[in-house]
Design a protein around this ligand. Structure first.
Ligand SMILES: [Zn+2]
Length: 439
């Protein structure tokens, strides 16, 4: 299968340039001067004039078919693949979440079965839900036999899948020896559980108490302790879904000191502030995700840190729930399943709020949504448009105006937290391994 893409305005992580792209059997073989590839028999040719061509998006933080007491999250691997492609995402990294005490490789096999219907690129972070007696051996098997490069630990949710700092330190020491990365959900579980309990006892059950039960300090305190563990162990840490300004400031300082620290934020913290928690249950429950949206000044500071490269990636933590599922917490916000969808909108939102507002450059847009994730998580054939790389390409129309809505999304959910937002610039079509997919 030969394919020529002519007059491509390529947005790369280092430079923006024009070229024709020659694609053979799902791979980019050569880049040629713009307009030089001939229209020939047997070759499909696509004229990309007027569009940006980006490397296929990589979202390194996605939860499809996540098991919760309110049932599985709304997108399974089939609908999740569609919502990803519609948003210019050709590769996702999801999670294996072992039950406490379950062998890691057994949990991996179960998760691989659940993911059979995935039609885009996929790999997994391995969750660590508690200490196992032969932890070192099990982590080694994951890395050496199953190609796992990253483990995930939750400091929140201690009564379920979370672990404590002592266990985290032991896991970091093992990961450092294995050359693996540890992803950390940094929130102080003890203070959060105490605050949640107090609110519920006092009858303060509305979703507005969700952000008040997880104030910014509960994140930045945990970030501080994790940075201390990085100093002690030398393990590379990737902090997921950073939402608070103080956390970002500590990360920036640690990076200046040369510590092996990587950090992610998400579109929901760049688009919303905590005013989304004022309103009826139906209006506010969609915004119950953790960490929560923060007071407005945090959002502005996160954008500054994005510009200054404090963050390596913008991922979504995609985990939508339907209104029926959110209703589980109608009388108690702690029972609302935590999460929202964003896979479909991450790349357009970063363009709309970031590139068009001159907060980030076109190159940073691609770094944050694709190329950094490729290099951090070892996806060698992805992340840039160059000979030898997979022909995973996003055709992005910077002039296309779209109103986001649950009524038109591919996401399998009746909620869209960006409902009614009009944005400029949208994904026109996506090529995955040299084949077009339209939504
Ligand atoms: Zn997550």
């Amino acid at each position: 299968m030969l394919h020529h893409i002519t007059h491509a305005n390529i947005i790369g992580p280092d430079k923006v340039f024009d070229a024709d792209i020659h694609i053979e059997n799902g791979k980019i073989t050569t880049l040629e001067p713009p307009g030089s590839l001939p229209v020939a028999g047997g070759v499909t040719t696509t004229d990309a004039s007027g569009l940006y061509i980006l490397p296929g998006g990589i979202d390194p933080h996605v939860h499809l078919a996540l098991h919760t007491p309110a049932g599985p999250s709304a997108d399974d691997f089939d609908s999740g693949s569609r919502t990803a492609l519609a948003g210019g995402v050709t590769h996702i990294i999801d999670f294996v979440t072992p039950r406490r005490g379950q062998p890691l490789t057994e949990a991996l096999r179960e998760r691989q079965k659940e993911a059979r219907d995935c039609s885009i690129g996929l790999n997994f972070h391995m969750g660590i839900s508690g200490w196992l007696p032969d932890m070192e051996k099990q982590m080694e098997i994951c890395v050496k036999e199953h190609g796992i490069r990253s483990f995930k630990a939750y400091l929140a949710y201690r009564n379920n899948i979370g672990i404590g700092y002592e266990e985290l330190e032991k896991i970091m020491r093992i990961a450092a020896r294995l050359g693996a990365i540890v992803l950390v959900h940094a929130e102080e579980d003890d203070s959060i559980e105490q605050l949640r309990g107090e609110f519920i006892r006092k009858g303060m059950t509305h979703p507005r108490y969700h952000p008040l039960s997880r104030p910014p300090e509960t994140e930045s305190m945990a970030v501080k302790k994790v940075i201390e563990l990085v100093k002690k162990t030398g393990c590379t840490i990737y902090l997921v879904h950073i939402s608070a300004a103080e956390s970002a400031e500590q990360i920036a300082r640690a990076k200046k000191e040369g510590l092996p620290l990587l950090a992610e934020t998400c579109p929901q913290y760049l688009a919303f502030d905590d005013s989304v928690y004022e309103g009826s249950f139906e209006q506010t429950a969609p915004f119950v995700f953790s960490p929560p949206a923060r007071p407005a000044q945090h959002k502005d500071l996160l954008w500054e840190h994005l510009q200054q490269n404090t963050f390596d990636t913008v991922a979504t933590d995609h985990c939508p729930f339907t209104m029926k599922q959110k209703m589980e917490g109608k009388d108690n916000f702690t029972l609302i399943p935590n999460g929202a969808g964003g896979l479909e909108f991450r790349i357009p939102l970063l363009h709309h709020f970031g590139v068009l507002q001159n907060k980030i450059s076109l190159q940073q847009w691609v770094q944050l949504s694709t190329s950094h994730a490729a290099s951090i998580f070892g996806l060698q054939n992805k992340g840039t448009i160059a000979p030898g790389k997979d022909a995973d390409l996003v055709f992005f129309n910077p002039g296309k105006k779209v109103k986001l809505s649950a009524a038109t999304q591919q996401q399998n959910c009746d909620i869209n937290i960006y409902e009614g937002l009009e944005i400029a610039g949208y994904v026109e079509k996506v090529m995955l391994h040299g084949e077009f997919h339209y939504y």
